[in-house]
Ligand binder design. Structure first.
Ligand code: SAM
Length: 332
């Protein structure tokens, strides 16, 4: 049997287990863990979700952090909490994993679920307002971080390597001004593009008209609220960091990938350029590569090809393909 990894110097093994048991010994903390199942929240958001004071929720988060049940990620001035992963082979690792499994069988009180929806809606509204305001200077805004010309070649090489059926259908979520639609139209018999910003969709419509892209259908819709068709290739270019709950979004979008098809995501790697929030409407400062793969896996997809592109301005782009296995049914 492999020996268990020992706790940090000065800490008795019993302390580690006691911290874990203490952290799990409170219904509110269990519900916080449940709420963090596929989302991360800031302290103020958690205070809102659990209708409790900021200092109270901070105390509970501190207890959870001491037990290494939650981890933090700094996003500018804000700190976001997510679940920490159980570490198999570490002292308490099995207890941690069992606790999360039991917690996930709990249903959150309906008032908490409602308030989670409200927090997500507040985040989504920030993003929608941004795109309503910036349509006319959209390209300049995009170029502040990463415009399509900087990742187009890499993205196309990945798409072409997938050898997707040209008779198939592509679904682009958040096409913005539609700059990638001509590339998709050259590769797929049918292209559907869904954007929830009327101003952005108008730019995409003008481009389709200009370029004679008859096979592109544009839809004004929230891609996460409306039932969308299942496509052979679902593509999101620089969209995920504008979505309120990216892990949940992947669950929904994965259902739109036909069996044997792919979800292709282009987005930023983690960065600390907080000005991107105000200047570019970003809700998230990039995504950890492993975390993105875990979300996709939890959504029933398998990590496939990936490309990483460093930019001169210091940002790094990840182009990721996640495949839906051919067998089995597409979840409804
Ligand atoms: C940063 S732009 C990216 C545009 C384009 N894909 C590109 O790379 O240039 C993000 C786009 O996603 C759209 N968007 C954000 N949330 C959305 C949602 N829930 N459903 C559909 N479109 C959304 C925005 O309106 C915007 O057009």
């Amino acid at each position: 049997m492999t020996p268990l990894r020992v706790p940090a110097l000065g800490q008795e093994p019993g302390d580690t287990l006691a911290a874990l048991c203490k952290a799990g010994g409170d219904p509110l903390r269990l519900n916080v863990l449940r709420a963090l199942h596929s989302a991360s929240f800031g302290v103020l958001e958690l205070a809102q979700i659990f209708a409790t004071g900021q200092s109270g929720i901070s105390h509970h988060l501190k207890v959870l952090a001491q037990a290494q049940l939650v981890a933090t990620r700094r996003e500018g001035n804000a700190i976001f909490y997510r679940r920490a992963l159980p570490r198999p082979g570490s002292l308490g690792g099995a207890l941690h994993a069992a606790l999360l499994e039991e917690v996930d069988a709990l249903a959150l009180p309906s008032a908490v679920q409602t308030r989670i929806g409200e927090v997500h809606a507040q985040r989504a509204a920030v993003s929608r307002d941004f795109f309503a305001r910036v349509a006319e200077k959209f390209q300049a805004q995009q170029d502040l971080i990463a415009g399509l010309p900087q990742y187009r070649d890499g993205l196309l090489s990945l798409l072409d390597a997938l050898a997707l059926d040209p008779r198939g259908c592509a679904l682009e979520v958040g096409p913005g001004d539609g700059a990638f639609l001509p590339d998709l139209a050259r590769r797929f018999a049918r292209v559907v593009a869904v954007d929830n910003s009327p101003a952005m969709l108008e730019l995409a419509r003008q481009r389709c008209q200009r370029d004679g892209l008859a096979q592109v259908e544009l839809q004004l819709a929230d891609a996460l609220a409306e039932p969308l068709l299942a496509a052979d290739c679902v593509i999101l270019n620089m969209v995920l960091h504008h979505l309120a709950a990216p892990a949940e979004a992947l669950q929904q979008l994965a259902r739109r990938v036909a069996p044997g098809g792919s979800l292709v995501i282009t987005d930023l790697c983690p960065h600390d350029q907080t000005w991107a929030r105000a200047a570019c409407g970003d809700l998230w400062l990039g995504f950890d590569q492993d975390e993105l793969a875990r979300w996709a896996q939890a959504a029933g997809l398998q990590a496939g090809e990936s490309l990483y592109l460093g930019l001169r301005n210091g940002f790094q782009i990840q182009v990721r393909q996640f495949a839906r296995p051919d067998q089995g049914n597409t979840p409804s």
